[in-house]
Write a protein that binds this ligand. Structure first.
Ligand SMILES: NC(=O)c1ccc[n+]([C@@H]2O[C@H](COP(=O)([O-])OP(=O)(O)OC[C@H]3O[C@@H](n4cnc5c(N)ncnc54)[C@H](OP(=O)(O)O)[C@@H]3O)[C@@H](O)[C@H]2O)c1
Length: 242
């Protein structure tokens, strides 16, 4: 029967990075929409804590740095409908360094989770995802609004957006999209100096950060809409307009 994609009732949703921030909000929203949710990340303590805060959810560990861990995770999980990947480590030294100062070893390491890990997750998830299901990746507004002295978020996020487009053609009819968030008020963002945050949101048509719950709606929309694939959905307070 054709899946009209209008409900997550009875669907199984896996969120890698679902133990905190945007991913946890995605898990929470999917769960309230009727999905059975699996949250996953690399630290067992974070998985246990997240499952404790999310009634009805289960959790498991996956380390996107290790292909074996990714393969074993999806073998344990078995069949499911929708995958969201919000995992990312915050390797500041490489992530926010000027080109001339890039430590290339650290920069390669940065790609372990944010590029290679995501690609591994997509590869090992694909055989387990229903043909009516979807994969939603995560990029970031710096892809479209690069900043001086911080090329890597643009480089890595851009690769993720093109991964979504390329793999959407390859894995069809499984749909593959990406959410492109601006500033979302999660723990790492709360650590930023208040003045810096303010200077980033002030010029926006919607001059504030997004809540994780607002970000989650973008992911759940992409799970629900069965006619959307290969798309990048900005969640940016109008950041693309300025
Ligand atoms: N917040 C923003 O303003 C913003 C803006 C644009 C883009 N983004 C992107 O959105 C994503 C989520 O951001 P967030 O603010 O929600 O971050 P967060 O709260 O730090 O969440 C990151 C998640 O990734 C998991 N993770 C880290 N390393 C992992 C690994 N090796 N394997 C599996 N999971 C791993 C973490 O759990 P463990 O530590 O337990 O592994 C955690 O659950 C990030 O990729 C970020 O770059 C965020």
């Amino acid at each position: 029967m054709r899946d009209t994609g209008m409900s997550l009732d009875g669907k199984r949703v896996v969120v890698i990075g679902g133990t905190s921030g945007i991913g946890f909000a995605v898990a929470e929203l999917a769960s309230t929409q009727g999905a059975t949710v699996v949250v996953a990340s690399s630290a067992q303590a974070n998985v246990t804590a997240a499952v404790g805060r999310l009634a009805g959810a289960t959790g498991d560990t996956i380390d996107l740095r290790r292909e074996g861990s990714v393969a074993a995770f999806f073998d344990r999980i078995g069949p499911f409908d929708h995958l969201a990947i919000t995992a990312g480590d915050w390797n500041g030294a490489a992530f926010f360094a000027p080109t001339r100062d890039l430590d290339l070893a650290l920069t390669r390491e940065l790609l372990e989770v944010r590029f290679w890990g995501v690609l591994a997750a997509v590869k090992y998830a694909a055989p387990h995802i229903a043909p009516t299901g979807s994969i939603t990746l995560t990029s970031g507004m710096l892809v479209h609004r690069p900043r001086m002295h911080a090329p890597m978020p643009t480089v890595v996020g851009g690769a993720i957006e093109h991964m979504a487009r390329g793999i959407a053609m390859d894995l069809m009819p499984i749909r593959v999209n990406a959410v492109c968030p601006g500033l979302v008020l999660t723990e790492p963002v709360k650590q930023m100096p208040e003045a810096m945050l303010q200077s980033m949101v002030d010029p926006l048509p919607i001059p504030r950060t997004a809540s994780p719950a607002e970000a989650a709606k973008a992911y759940v929309y992409l799970m629900l809409n069965a006619y959307v694939t290969g798309q990048i959905l900005p969640l940016d307070g109008g950041g693309m307009l300025i």
